[in-house]
Design a protein around this ligand. Structure first.
Ligand code: ADP
Ligand code: MG
Length: 568
């Protein structure tokens, strides 16, 4: 019973901080069970890990919250937001100084993701996981303050955020319905021959480069009539918008007219967005990968030969490694790694692409003979990519009309309004020939796949066996290594980064000297899909969110110690 925790806290009051260890255990409160999994060893260590579990008959959420995986994920995401909001509403630092007394939970952004901060049991109990900085004066226990945290503060957070009668039922419903609709929309794409969908009325631009909420006063999206499709959704009814067909799509238009904003919304469309975000009905093929140049990155044994061959130093580009990739080689590696991981849609923006990787016009072809140029630009490979491998491309390009020759669809952005410019672009291409010599190679061909070496994945640090940590969305500390994810656009939540860090260790266990990298990352993703995010850690932790196999592969590919062999 909870009284036991009160007794312990009173007994250890004023004693050395380590006495908090006596609190570890489970305690029955009126409405919930409090579980103190881990009491921190000193006031400056990582805060203590705590869970609150509310039984089904107390929490009392309707069965519709648990009926499908999609609904359960949305439900848990909703509760995680509610708990974080309750912490905000309560205000911080009411108990003791510094981090002591602080109650914290992972803070969700605009995406609805499976989160380990809130889990549900088969019996429909709900559990929230958070951290508490146990209060200290100097290095001694402040038992009375701790008592106030567990007997006043925590119950005050639980009641409004985890008990059904108290939460905003209408907002919960909307959260479930929007998520369900978005998932439905995303899975409807392939059968309709689409790779992305942007709903009429969607708000694409964000408040700022560091604020992912919608821009106020933005021009809502309107689809060009010729690209308009209607899709029936289970909750909202019919939604109309622009269907981006499979194949090669260009987004053209003047500078500042909204091209990159449209592409970025599509790239984020692999995730579902919260109600009110503006991108609720903007979805992309779930395997879409944003590609960019990333000079300086390491590359391990990647077959970049479809794009780069015959380097002046005679190096073999079928198994290309470098500690310091150039703009074009890094972009080629990013494309090949995405293909290796099984993407069906590449997203490229001229703003972040290497020019020599994208275009090569007639004049340059004349000046620099083909046998002097190692690079086969994307323009000469994109069609084969689609024809031979079924991989589509959406490309933002305002600077080269040479691409009209290979495009299936051309969307022109004009003052944030979209227009179908396909016919005009084709007429222009017929009238003004680019006179390029086109692709010397025919098919895209096969490419080598990699078989990772488990021993190269080493997160040990000093005497610690494995030490991993997320650095926001920008990177991972993996033992002594820093993994730079700042160019990996589709890692969107720090909780994903944290989960990927653990996923790298899980991946190591799947590496057997035979499995390809794609098989390894898919096996980890399948483990998470089947057993939840808890499959990634030895003990239950909050603060993790689901990730795609592509981003796990991206992290492994950017671990500078990563080593791999090759196979067909
Ligand atoms: P481009 O890639 O064509 O140069 P961007 O997509 O970068 O243009 O957009 C330029 C600016 O316009 C950005 O600040 C962006 O936030 C803003 N913007 C984009 N779309 C809209 C819109 N629909 N309504 C209002 N502002 C927008
Ligand atoms: Mg741009």
């Amino acid at each position: 019973p909870a009284g036991r925790l009160r007794d312990i806290l009173r007994r250890i009051d004023g004693r050395g901080y380590k006495a908090y260890k006596d609190c570890e255990g489970a305690y029955a409160f009126d409405d919930f069970t409090l579980i103190i999994d881990h009491a921190q060893g000193d006031p400056f260590a990582a805060p203590s890990r705590v869970r609150v579990r509310v039984a089904a008959k107390v929490a009392n959420f309707p069965a519709g919250c648990f009926s499908t995986k999609t609904r359960e994920v949305a439900f848990r995401d909703f509760l995680a937001r509610g708990f974080a909001a309750a912490i905000d509403a309560a205000g911080q630092n009411r108990r003791g100084s510094g981090k002591s007394g602080q109650i914290a939970v992972a803070r969700p952004g605009q995406e609805v993701l499976e989160r380990s901060s809130v889990v549900v049991t088969a019996e429909h109990a709900v559990e929230v996981r958070f951290t508490v900085g146990l209060p200290a004066r100097g290095r001694s226990v402040l038992g009375r303050q701790a008592e106030a945290i567990f007997f006043e503060d925590v119950p005050a957070l639980v009641r409004p955020s985890l008990l059904y009668p108290a939460v905003d039922a209408a907002a919960l419903d909307r959260h479930l319905e929007v998520t369900e609709d978005a998932d439905h929309l995303r899975s409807a794409l392939q059968d309709r021959g689409l790779v992305a969908f942007v709903a009429d009325g969607a708000v694409l631009p964000r408040a700022s480069g560091v604020d992912d909420r919608p821009l106020k006063g933005a021009v809502p999206f309107v689809s060009p009539p010729s690209l308009r499709v209607e899709i029936d959704l289970p909750n909202r009814g019919t939604v109309a918008g622009m269907g981006v067909p499979a194949g090669i799509t260009l987004i053209v238009g003047g500078g500042f007219h909204g091209k990159s904003t449209l592409l970025r919304a599509i790239e984020r469309g692999v995730y579902t967005h919260v109600p009110g975000d503006g991108r609720e009905y903007v979805v992309a093929d779930p395997t879409a990968v944003k590609i960019r140049a990333e000079d300086g990155r390491r590359v391990e044994q990647v077959d970049i030969s479809p794009f780069i061959a015959d380097l002046p130093d005679g190096r073999d580009t079928r198994a290309f490694s470098t500690e310091n990739a150039s703009g074009s080689t890094s972009q080629a590696a990013n494309i090949m790694e995405a293909l290796e991981s099984g993407t069906r849609l590449l997203l490229i923006d001229e703003d972040t692409a290497a020019t020599n990787m994208m275009i090569r016009d007639r004049r340059m072809q004349e000046l620099v003979a083909d046998d002097q140029e190692p690079i086969t630009p994307f323009i000469d490979r994109a069609r084969a990519l689609y024809r031979d491998l079924g991989v589509s491309t959406v490309l933002v390009i305002g600077g080269s009309g040479d691409y009209f020759d290979i495009a299936d669809t051309v969307v022109c952005m004009q003052a944030y309004r979209s227009e179908d410019a396909t016919a005009r672009a084709q007429a222009i291409a017929a009238r003004y020939a680019s006179e390029r010599f086109t692709s010397p190679k025919d098919g895209f061909g096969t490419f080598m796949r990699r078989v990772p070496e488990a021993r190269s994945i080493d997160a040990s640090k000093g005497r610690r066996e494995a030490k991993v940590a997320a650095d926001g969305v920008r990177g991972i500390r993996f033992g002594v290594h820093e993994v730079d994810l700042s160019a990996v656009a589709q890692v969107v939540d720090p909780a994903q980064t944290a989960a990927i860090a653990h996923g790298m260790l899980r991946a190591k266990r799947q590496m057997n000297g035979r499995s390809t990298l794609a098989e390894v990352v898919r096996a980890v993703a399948a483990e998470v899909e089947e057993n939840g995010l808890d499959a990634l850690t030895s003990h239950p932790v909050g603060g993790l969110a689901a990730f795609r196999p592509f981003e796990l592969a991206a992290a492994l590919n950017r671990l500078r110690a990563f080593r791999a062999g090759q196979t067909r």
